[in-house]
Design a protein around this ligand. Structure first.
Ligand SMILES: NC(=O)c1ccc[n+]([C@@H]2O[C@H](COP(=O)([O-])OP(=O)(O)OC[C@H]3O[C@@H](n4cnc5c(N)ncnc54)[C@H](OP(=O)(O)O)[C@@H]3O)[C@@H](O)[C@H]2O)c1
Length: 293
């Protein structure tokens, strides 16, 4: 669709932003739905984050995605925040709504919605024992998401034990769950009672695709579900191990597409064309098929 005086603007802010797949993915969706909107990359440096929200309001931008390193720092400049995003302490979507003569910027976290949708597409989560690898920003979002899904237990394993303790402590004090934590040395003990493994570390992510996976096939069993949120490459070392044992696999690409679709729904109230978004990400990543994922 050609840009004209009626074109509405969405975008993504980050630093760096050049490698983001969000502009291609969102514009593929907008084009497929025939909407007069455009989605742009905005390279926002840390020092400028304080001007971001007022600047976006002044330019009448309709919605923004937020990526590294602004997901936490942007919160203090928002007018409102969704309760789940507030609990998580990170925002990846901002909606600008014109209300009573002023524009309100409200923050959401759709990473969590994207992750839960990708997982639930492949398995029931309720009453399951979940082992989460990593205790960074994505782990925080996913662990809070799991507390809303009636899982049986959540265990966090992290290299830096103090960080795992902090995250487990935050969730335990703000939800009904008592979250367990440990370091990787004791992984086999935890794997005995695990139904779902979720990798939230960047281990195996491009360009380090030959990193040793955190768990090998011999440590898994065929009834497990293995979800790797890394999506470059599509089939990470961990997912290759899961295939060897015949476990169910969930790809980070699905999470990425679904978080984008959830953002689009918040901004427009419309359902995204998931297939168009998937196709665009696959093309950019050189992936030919999502069979098995
Ligand atoms: N699919 C999606 O839509 C999606 C969305 C968000 C993020 N992601 C991906 O998720 C990954 C994590 O993102 P994030 O924002 O959570 O990063 P982050 O906040 O930096 O956290 C990274 C976590 O991984 C751990 N880690 C890093 N390198 C490790 C290694 N070599 N061995 C073991 N643990 C290691 C860190 O442990 P320490 O605490 O010990 O340092 C930390 O717990 C990235 O690859 C990102 O691209 C995907």
């Amino acid at each position: 669709m050609a840009i004209d005086g009626n074109t509405k603007i969405f975008g993504v802010i980050g630093n760096p932003i050049e490698h983001s797949l969000s502009p291609n993915m969102h514009n593929a969706n907008l084009e497929s739905l025939g909407l007069n909107y455009v989605y742009l990359p905005f390279h926002v440096y840390e020092d400028n984050i304080e001007y971001l929200i007022d600047g976006a309001k002044a330019l009448n931008i309709q919605g923004l995605n937020v990526t590294i390193p602004h997901k936490i720092n942007v919160i203090k400049y928002l007018d409102e925040i969704d309760p789940l995003a507030e609990k998580i302490g990170a925002v990846n979507t901002i909606n600008f709504e014109y209300k009573s003569d002023k524009t309100i910027a409200k923050g959401y976290n759709t990473d969590v919605l994207g992750a839960m949708r990708a997982l639930k597409e492949k398995t029931d989560i309720k009453d399951k024992d979940v082992l989460v690898l990593g205790a960074g920003g994505a782990s925080r979002a996913i662990c809070y998401g799991l507390t809303e899904e009636n899982v049986n237990s959540i265990t966090i394993l992290n290299r830096n034990l103090e960080r795992a303790l902090d995250l487990a402590g935050d969730i335990t004090s703000s939800t009904e769950y008592t979250v367990n934590f440990d370091d990787f040395e004791n992984i086999d003990t935890h794997l005995r009672d695990t139904d779902i493994i979720i990798n939230t570390t960047p281990v195996g992510m491009y360009p380090n695709i030959y990193d040793k996976p955190l768990i090998y096939a011999q440590q898994m069993n065929p009834n497990m579900v293995v979800f790797d949120i890394v999506y470059t490459p599509l089939e990470t070392g961990l997912l290759k191990e899961a295939k060897k044992i015949g476990a169910t696999r969930v790809s980070g690409l699905k999470m990425f597409v679904y978080q984008g679709a959830e953002s689009f729904k918040i901004w427009t109230g419309k359902d995204a064309d998931i297939k168009a978004m998937e196709k665009s990400v696959m093309k950019e990543s050189g992936i030919h098929s999502l069979k098995d994922f």
